[in-house]
Design a protein around this ligand. Sequence first.
Ligand SMILES: Nc1ncnc2c1ncn2[C@@H]1O[C@H](COP(=O)(O)OP(=O)(O)OP(=O)(O)O)[C@@H](O)[C@H]1O
Ligand SMILES: [Mg+2]
Length: 460
Amino acid sequence: MAERILVVDDQTAMQDLLTDLLEQRGAEPVAVGTVADGLEMVSKSPDAFDLVILDLDFGEGQTSGLAGLEEIKKINPSLPVVILTGKGTISTAVEAIKLGAQEYVEKDFYIEENMELALTRLNHLIRATIDNKRLRREREFYREELKGQYNIVGKSRVIQQVHQQIAEVASIPRPVLIRGERGTGKELVAAAIHNNSNRQKRAFITINCAALAEGLLECELFGQEDNAFTNSSFREGRFVLADKGTLFLDEIGNMSVEFQQKILRVLEYQQFERVGGTKTIKVDVRVIAATNGDMEADIEAGKFRADLYDRLAFETIWLPPLRERKEDIELLCYHFMERLAGEVANIKPKKLAPETLECLNAYNWPGNVRELKYVIERITYKVDGDTISPRHLPQEILTAYSRSGDGEPLSNRLAQVEKQILMDVYEQCQGELEDIARQLSLPFESLKQLMQKHQIDDAQ
Ligand SMILES: Nc1ncnc2c1ncn2[C@@H]1O[C@H](COP(=O)(O)OP(=O)(O)OP(=O)(O)O)[C@@H](O)[C@H]1O
Ligand SMILES: [Mg+2]
């Protein structure tokens, strides 16, 4: 994440010089010309910046940098501040340090070099501030996620068992392994375990192990000392961020066997070293892992360490695919419609026609609950009426339905779907045949034949 830096200086030349320098370092600077403007930005959103660079001298009649500094520290005491001093204001700079500024840099010929040095010295602090903010955001996100509207929905026996397993294992400080196909709700369960545990007020940190190359994953998990690599900067690491809380290792199946050894060590001894560091760091982290892979096959093939598996699978929670718990489909549909309606003012939840539910039940949902969620959300915002009919469903679902006959000939099933679509469009176009033909991209004559075949009244 780029550092967001607020520059407060009345000289445009100085603003430009600092902005260039900061952009070259990969930061995102914002420059303003008065203390009042700077304070307004900081107070509007105290977390928006990771560092402030503040001039001291704004001339007669203007709020001084020193007064600005005091205010900034009142609004956000942990926001680091670098003071810029002109000639002869060194004593004021000392005053500024007493008021909580972290560094001061003189506006002289060497300002660029000195600013670089100051920023490097502050690197540790800035990274820690950024990590802390991220942590807080993630924590808030998951707290929201579990405030009722994002809970685990379902009435099937398996979902009830999952609820029970969550309640039982939540406060046991041991790993949990969550298994299930993609989109079955593994992350939701991980968050639920955390939120039902006695760690709920602490951090819930997640990391997708498959999304990062192994070197990066190691830095993300264990942290990194300053300059572990050329130009690299300090990282706290997610194990430290999750201290006393929970760390969710998502998609754990794909890491190398050597790396698995490192994970095993942390799980067993709760200690590790940062990349590029020698100090041993101790933490108290509850680990939850998830995978949609075939662990048994991977162990057999030597791709996954059996000892790590044993350790992770202290308790295993299985999330069956949606096609094996179809009794949850209806509840989930209404849940997703209500959620979307709660998020968008002019969207209302709709009803599911009985035939629609039949079609939804006939489909095998390879993408599981996530796929269902997107299908329902798309229909909810696109369809005007208050009922969802089969014709609103995507083609693959209709096709699956027409193929799913319980011993009924395919032609009958197809005819049923055809009739349903025809009746829906008929109703929608209020019997206007030309409109219906256009909607269905059918020649007028074919439409008439179809209507006869299905005995749909042609009042005209
Ligand atoms: N039982 C459920 N009740 C309500 N929402 C659910 C349920 N199961 C899954 N969802 C929703 O479906 C989506 C997918 O769930 P989640 O991300 O937890 O799946 P996952 O198993 O982690 O998938 P992947 O393996 O693809 O990462 C999320 O938006 C989640 O909120
Ligand atoms: Mg997931």
